[in-house]
Design a protein around this ligand. Sequence first.
Ligand code: PLP
Length: 404
Amino acid sequence: MNESVELSDITFAYIFVSMDLSYILNHLGEDREAYFNSVSPPVFESSNFAFASVAEMRKHLKDEMDYPFYTRGHNPTVAILRKKLAALEEMEECLVFGSGSAAVAAAVLSSVQQGDHIVSVKNPYSWTGKLMSRYLSRFGVTVTYVEGTDPLDFSTAMQPNTRLFYLESPNSFTFALQDIVAITDIARSKGITTILDNSFSSPLLQTSGKLGVDIVVHSGTKYLNGHSDVIAGVLCTDRKRAEHIFETEFMNIGAILSPHNAWLMLRGLRTLPIRLKQSAETTAYILSQLETHPRVEKIWYPHHPSHPQYELAQKQMKGSGGQFSISLRVEGPEEIDKFCDQLQYYLLACSWGGYESLVFPVAGLSGTANYKESPHPWNLIRFYVGLEEPEVLWKDLKQALDNI
Ligand SMILES: *Cc1c(COP(=O)(O)O)cnc(C)c1O
């Protein structure tokens, strides 16, 4: 048993670039003969692994990142998921975490030391911003937030102690982009690490390995798991950085993904291409209907021709998925509340990437009294289009718009 588990662990290290998507999703990392030829892998629900000899034990302990010894470090079910995700991002290695925030924290913490400086795109995911501004300030790490739509924003904000450029492209509400290749080029010439939060696109719509990013992170909770039932985080990078992160943040903080949740995520991942496609197609249909509705002031979607960075979106992404925003032509926040409350099919909830359509108004972030203080336009409403019938979703949106 040990032999075959090891085999699956050492194969495929650097040959991922030529793999078909279906090969990655259906076969890569699976070692079916090791577990009674079951098509779906078992959940190795075990905290520790036992050895036939001290020599065997020693070998596994020496390389806990690659061999099962103790599940905080390595678990065979989790390992299958790690291989697939690394291959999807065209990166050498992947570590998975108990949440996207844990993956972000591990990536950021591994990239800075006391007294360092970070240049980050403005308004990153809320807990990412809190990590950099609030938590890391305790260790003398400072951060400058930049608009980020011009790569020069990053070089202009650079200081002698800048160690990290933090990107989130597209971002979560207005879907502003950063030119990833241009920014990673600047960073590389200065020895600065780049991190990209790629949760919006998933590796299928934006492949980080192709864009020069050092570390890519995901909230696996969103598209990758795709069923609104697991909180998970993903970090992909090169082998050397992965080893460093494994030995420090990963093992020390121990924010691991459980074998059971890794199994659920594997199951979700199998259908990622078809889910994304369905969601994107329905979104295109809904946007085409929304364009002419008098209540819609503006559409926010990277692959909509009205997006100010439409060309960049086409250059660095293969498409956009099911998240879009609209700003409504209304007088005040009460009408936003009314519109959202009238929707029947869209659940009023955060997150995205599951089977169910969602709506999240910026007005939900603030009270109705101080609604203009939000960093995003107050009349902006974010949607996620799930797997429901397109006509059903449009009909529901239309009645809510007509009845504001
Ligand atoms: C949700 C999200 C996160 C945080 O992920 P969790 O899995 O909720 O911890 C980070 N970045 C982005 C862009 C997100 O949407």
